[in-house]
Design a protein around this ligand. Structure first.
Ligand code: TYD
Length: 210
């Protein structure tokens, strides 16, 4: 039996980590078996790789960067996500492959065809059942992010505003490519955003959550 796979995506400070946690609590309180995980990260090896790409201000070639994210994803997929889905759980993941498509391919110039090819090999063509994109203007998002985070994990936040604008446009553009995407306005209050996500999920995937 296969579980249900939900990913959260969005630019910096969009509130997706908070919303991923709130959705996790919602499912848990309703008696579902659910796990909450994140990328880059989610396994011991992937968390180590996370430190390399998220911390500090190091200059990495875009292919080096992409391959680190893909290596972390491969370990996370085989040792966490796939076993949980195979066991019938709901898996909620804070960022996933769409982050690589937006940050490293659309914004960084990596070859999307190649990157998707690696992804398909790892996951055997399995995609999230639903991807929630929390959309927010990058100026507002970056303000939130700088106010909240410790100042060692800001390698991406420190990029130019133009980069963050293309991240937002990248997400809006891929959101039109499949009906698995839900685009949610991230400027509303935490509770309003949570309510919209649950309503949309129930509306679209009712049979999965009885
Ligand atoms: P994180 O501290 O988790 O930021 P956020 O709270 O915004 O998710 O840092 C993850 C950073 O890594 C984020 O800026 C986006 C970036 N990233 C990529 O560039 N490619 C990827 O494939 C993933 C998973 C993340």
């Amino acid at each position: 039996m296969r579980g249900f796979f939900i990913t959260f995506e969005g630019g910096e400070g969009s509130g997706k980590s908070t919303q991923a946690r709130l959705l996790y609590e919602y499912f848990k309180n309703n008696g579902h078996h659910v796990i909450l995980t994140r990328e880059p990260g989610g396994t011991e090896i992937a968390e180590k790789l996370r430190d390399i790409v998220v911390r500090g201000n190091k200059q990495l070639n875009i292919y080096t960067e992409m391959l680190i994210f893909m290596t972390a994803r491969s370990d996370h997929w085989f040792n966490c996500i796939k076993p949980a889905l195979d066991a019938g759980s709901i898996v909620i993941c804070d960022r996933f492959h769409d982050s690589t498509i937006v940050y490293q391919c659309i914004c960084g110039g990596c070859d999307t065809y190649l990157v998707n090819g690696i992804y398909e090999k790892i996951t055997n063509g399995t995609h999230p059942d639903c991807t929630v994109i929390i959309d927010i203007d990058p100026v507002t998002g970056l303000k939130r992010s700088f106010a909240k985070k410790n100042n060692t994990d800001l390698r991406f936040e420190n990029k130019a505003l133009e980069f963050h604008k293309s991240v937002r446009n990248g997400y809006l553009s891929i959101s039109k490519s499949s009906d698995r995407y839900l685009v949610i306005d991230g400027t509303k209050s935490e509770v309003e955003v949570q309510t919209s996500i649950i309503q949309e999920l129930r509306f679209k995937y009712l049979n999965n959550f009885n």
